[in-house]
Ligand binder design. Structure first.
Ligand code: FAD
Length: 393
C-alpha cells in the first residue's frame, strides 16, 4: 500500500488534518487503534477558540457546529463573595468562543471523511513506524488478521499521550518538560439545563469548581478533588451537594440536578516534548503536549498544530518547499508554550493548593487586582479566546 501521509490516530487532530489535506487532493490514510464507536464515546473538551472555529470552517466541516454550537461572549469568575463577568467580546475587539462538544466535532469530522471517500482503518493493532529518519518511511499494522505495510512520504503522529508515535523516536532526541498538580478534576455530565448561560469558574475555600455545558440540555460540571479520591465514593448526591457549597448562593439555588450520565476523575498535568519532529514524523496534539483543562486549551492546541502542519505540507507537495519542514516544531512550540503558561496560570490562580494558606491569600489579591483592572481583564480574555496562529514565515 502507498499513500502520501499516514495519520496515526482518529482523534480531533488526526481527523482535522486528514480533512484539510484531503480537500487539497493530498492522499491520507488514518490508522486508529480503537473502534469508531469507542472514539465517539469519549467525553472530553467543549470550548473552541475563535481560530479553531475558523479552521473548522476552512475544512468545510463547520455546518452543524454553526447551527447547533453556542457562541459565548463571556464567562464568570467567582471568588471570596465576588462575581465578575469577563466580557470576552468587548475585551478582545469582537472575539468569542464556541461551546460545541468534542464528541460532536469528532462525529462531524468522521462523517465528512466517510462522505469524501477517504480511508480510515479502525482497530488497527500493533501500529509500528519504520525508517522515520529516512526518505522512505512506512507504517506497519495488523488488521483483519493480516499484517499490512503502508509506504508514505510523511507520518503525522496524532495518537495522543499514550500513543506509539512519540515512543518511536529514539532515546535522547526528545526533551520533556512536566508539571504534575496535587489534585484532579471530578467531572459529571448530566442531561440537565446548565445553571447559567455562560461558564462559571469558582475559586472556593473548599476547592475549585467549574460550571460548563455541551448544549442547552447537557451540563458538564467539575470539582477539584484530591488525587486519593475514589470515584465510587462520589455518589451523584455528594457531587451535587459539594458543587452547591462551592457556588454563590443565588447560583446554587438555581442548579438543576439529575443522574450523571458520565462521571470520572482526571489528574491534571502540564507536559511538553521538544522537538515535535524527528525525520519524517511530526507529533501533533496530545502526542506532544498536555495542558490542565482550566484554560480550555487541549483541543485548541491540537487544532493549531494541525493548521501549521497542513500549511507546511501544502507548500511541500505543491511547491516542493521542503525547507519549511524544519520550521514545524519551532512554529508550534512558540504558541504551545504561551498556552501552557496560560493553562498553568489559570490552574494556579483558581485551585486551592493543600496546606498553602499564604498562596490562597495571594490568589485572592491576584484575582482582586486583575478583575479591577481593564488591562488584567484583557490579559485573561485575549488568552482565553485564543492567541492568533503563528505565521509560517
Ligand atoms: P486524542 O483525542 O487523544 O486522540 C488520539 C487518538 O489516537 C485516539 O483516538 C486513540 O485511540 C488513538 N491512538 C492511540 N494510540 C494509538 C496507536 N498506537 N495506534 C493507532 N491509534 C492510536 N481539553 C479541553 O480543552 N477541555 C476539556 O475540558 C478537556 N477535557 C478532557 C478530559 C479528558 C478525560 C481528557 C483525556 C482530555 C481532555 N481534554 C480537554 C483534552 C482534549 O480532549 C485533547 O487535548 C484532545 O483530545 C487532543 O486531541 P488529539 O487528537 O491530539 O488526541
Amino acid at each position: 500500500m502507498k499513500t502520501q501521509v499516514v495519520i496515526v490516530g482518529s482523534g480531533p487532530s488526526g481527523l482535522l488534518l486528514g480533512q484539510l489535506l484531503h480537500n487539497q487532493g493530498i492522499d491520507t490514510l488514518i490508522l486508529e487503534k480503537h473502534a469508531r464507536e469507542h472514539v465517539l464515546s469519549r467525553i472530553r473538551a467543549g470550548v473552541l477558540e475563535q481560530v479553531t472555529v475558523d479552521l473548522l470552517r476552512e475544512a468545510n466541516v463547520a455546518g452543524r457546529m454553526d447551527r447547533e454550537g453556542d457562541v459565548h461572549e463571556g464567562f464568570d469568575i467567582v471568588f471570596a463573595g465576588r462575581r465578575e463577568r469577563l466580557d470576552l467580546k468587548r475585551l478582545t475587539n469582537g472575539k468569542t468562543v464556541m461551546v460545541y462538544g468534542q464528541t460532536e466535532l469528532t462525529l462531524d469530522l468522521m462523517e465528512a471523511r466517510e462522505a469524501a471517500g477517504a480511508k480510515t482503518i479502525y482497530q488497527a493493532r500493533n501500529v509500528h513506524l519504520n525508517d522515520i529518519d529516512s526518505d522512505a518511511p512506512s507504517v506497519s499494522f495488523e488488521a483483519g488478521g493480516k499484517t499490512v505495510t503502508v509506504h508514505c512520504d510523511y507520518i503525522a503522529g496524532c495518537d495522543g499521550y499514550h500513543g506509539v508515535c512519540r515512543q518511536s523516536i529514539p532515546d535522547g532526541v526528545l526533551q520533556s518538560f512536566e508539571r504534575v498538580y496535587p489534585f484532579g478534576w471530578l467531572g459529571v455530565l448530566s442531561r440537565t439545563p446548565p445553571v447559567s448561560p455562560e461558564l462559571i469558574y469558582a475559586n472556593h475555600e473548599r476547592g475549585f469548581a467549574l460550571c460548563s455545558m455541551r448544549s442547552q440540555s447537557l451540563s458538564r460540571y467539575y470539582l477539584q478533588v484530591s488525587l486519593d479520591d475514589n470515584i465510587d465514593d462520589w455518589s451523584d448526591q455528594c457531587f451535587w451537594d459539594e458543587l452547591r457549597t462551592r457556588l454563590p448562593a443565588q447560583v446554587a439555588t438555581s442548579l438543576v440536578t439529575g443522574p450523571s450520565i458520565e462521571k470520572s476523575i482526571a489528574p491534571l498535568r502540564s507536559f511538553v516534548v521538544e522537538p515535535m519532529q524527528f525525520g519524517r514524523l511530526f507529533l501533533l496534539g496530545d502526542a506532544a503536549h498536555i495542558v490542565p483543562p482550566t484554560g480550555a486549551k487541549g483541543l485548541n492546541l491540537a487544532a493549531s498544530d494541525v493548521s501549521t502542519l497542513y500549511r507546511i505540507l501544502l507548500a511541500v507537495f505543491r511547491e516542493g518547499r521542503t525547507e519549511l519542514l524544519e520550521q514545524y516544531s519551532p512554529i508550534c512550540l512558540s504558541r504551545i508554550w504561551k498556552a501552557e503558561r496560560f493553562s498553568w496560570w489559570m490552574t494556579s490562580m483558581l485551585h486551592r493548593f493543600p496546606g498553602d494558606d499564604f498562596g490562597s491569600r495571594i490568589q485572592m489579591a491576584e484575582l482582586d487586582y486583575l478583575l479591577d483592572s481593564e488591562a488584567g481583564k484583557i490579559t485573561i480574555a485575549e488568552n482565553y479566546v485564543g492567541l492568533p496562529f503563528e505565521p509560517l514565515e
